[in-house]
Design a protein around this ligand. Structure first.
Ligand SMILES: Nc1ncnc2c1ncn2[C@@H]1O[C@H](COP(=O)(O)OP(=O)(O)OP(=O)(O)O)[C@@H](O)[C@H]1O
Ligand SMILES: [Mg+2]
Length: 413
């Protein structure tokens, strides 16, 4: 799939942008702080309804627009998408209303999504534009907290599997209700019958999430391992991707916990087709954890506490890998993600690469650029286009970003 046109209004440092995008690779270059990352963020936001950077979505609205006296400020992102089968127009609106009732200039903020000019739920925007984003800070997927890794699973899966996304959203709602009830029970209030009901719902929804993640991670692991071995390290190093589902209460000792959870991961991967069995095991784990859960006022078993990790030659990459080895694993993961999406949907996602090419040695760079050249559309940012090969520069379209404006340039001969 390709984005043929993008328009932005009051998004980050883009006051107003109308941009025609060609298929194939596009090199977006410009000095620091001109809007390269912001452009990729806009596209990613339309695909996933999430920002990889902002803590709150209201940060995405252009600051100058926020300074005006207008009672309503709207940030708009619109993209025309073409696939082999059809075309569609996606739109996201970020609406900030300065409510006069509230003191301290507090504002209300909401979002709207539209497909072909018809309003849809935010969730229904997902899957219309599929992207793979590659950022320098992605290495935190390995070194950072488990929350990063769960977010990665969810965002990637939601782009191709609407059922997963709906299940996840329902699960999170039940989880919230169940946690509130656990806190009440801790204080001697609340109803035990309600706990049974919430637990049943949690088990049914959570088991589907466990099963889907198990299959996804197994698929991704296989492909990432192949790419890492064959294309990045030429048979030198083997990575493995291990699922550590929270399908039981964590044991006290850190190392035991890891071993237990990965055993559960292997079990899930071989039982993913039998959701009834997963339900039984999940329900038993919750049953066993009930006393602790009431004491702590929160649900401690379930996919909301899942994790996964990389192993390199049998050792945890987060603790033992060099920076370069960690980056290579992320590269393998991203390349695997691209192939996986292609295989699941029959189309290549749009690739978004923010300043990542410079990080790699020649072997890895050429593997990456090889995938980029074969993609239907890829947008790469760079402060210095000089690091790309002449051949790659000749293949790609060139655009210069300066202070929230983008100019098409001649491709070098
Ligand atoms: N809501 C906003 N309104 C206006 N400007 C913003 C907003 N949020 C961020 N900016 C500014 O947008 C500018 C461009 O940011 P961006 O991250 O896209 O730069 P970049 O071209 O990727 O630079 P670098 O090469 O340093 O990565 C920055 O100066 C940033 O402060
Ligand atoms: Mg940047």
């Amino acid at each position: 799939m390709v984005i043929t046109h993008l328009s932005l209004t009051n998004f980050r440092n883009y006051g107003r942008l109308e941009l025609a995008l060609p298929p194939g690779p596009t090199l977006l270059h410009g000095d620091n702080a001109q809007g390269k990352t912001n452009l990729l963020e806009a596209i990613y936001y339309l695909a996933t309804t999430r920002s990889p950077h902002a803590d709150t979505d209201s940060q995405l609205i252009n600051w100058d627009a926020q300074q005006t006296d207008d009672p309503v400020i709207v940030g708009r992102l619109v993209a025309q998408i073409e696939t082999e089968r059809d075309s569609r127009l996606l739109e996201m609106r970020l609406i900030q209303e300065k409510s006069r009732q509230l003191r301290n200039g507090r504002t209300s903020f909401r979002r709207e999504a539209l497909v072909d000019k018809r309003k849809v739920r935010l969730m229904d925007l997902l899957g219309n534009l599929r992207v793979v984003l590659f950022l320098p800070e992605d290495v935190q997927l390995i070194t950072g907290p488990p929350n990063n890794r769960r977010k990665y699973l969810n965002i990637t899966l939601c782009q191709i599997d609407p059922i997963y996304c709906r299940t996840l959203s329902a699960y999170n709602k039940v989880l919230e209700q169940r946690n509130a009830l656990l806190r009440q029970l801790a204080e001697g209030a609340g109803s035990r019958e309600m706990l049974v009901i919430f637990t049943e719902k949690l088990v049914s929804l959570g088991s589907q999430i466990f099963a889907r993640r198990a299959v996804f991670l197994a698929d991704l692991a296989r492909e990432a391992q192949r790419i890492h071995y064959e294309e990045l390290t030429m048979g030198g190093e083997t990575i493995r991707l291990q699922y550590a589902p929270r399908l039981e209460e964590a044991a006290a000792k850190q190392n035991r916990q890891t071993a237990d959870l990965t055993a559960a991961g292997e079990w899930l991967q071989s039982h993913h087709e039998n959701v009834a069995q997963i339900e039984t095991r999940f329900a038993a784990a919750l049953e066993q954890a009930t006393a602790t859960e009431i004491a702590r006022g929160m649900t401690i078993v379930g996919p909301h506490r899942d994790d996964w990790s990389f192993l390199l030659n049998g050792r945890y990459l987060s603790s033992f890998g060099s920076r370069g080895q960690q980056r290579s694993a992320i590269l393998a993961l991203k390349l695997a993600e691209i192939n996986w999406m292609k295989q699941q949907t029959g189309e290549t996602p749009v690739l978004l690469l923010d300043e990542v090419v410079a990080e790699f040695d020649e072997q890895r760079r050429s593997a990456l650029l090889n995938t980029v050249s074969q993609a239907e559309q890829a947008i790469l940012t760079a402060t210095d286009p000089g690091m790309f090969t002449g051949e790659f520069l000749r293949q790609s379209a060139h655009m210069l970003v300066r202070n929230g404006q983008i100019q098409m340039e001649q491709t070098p001969a």
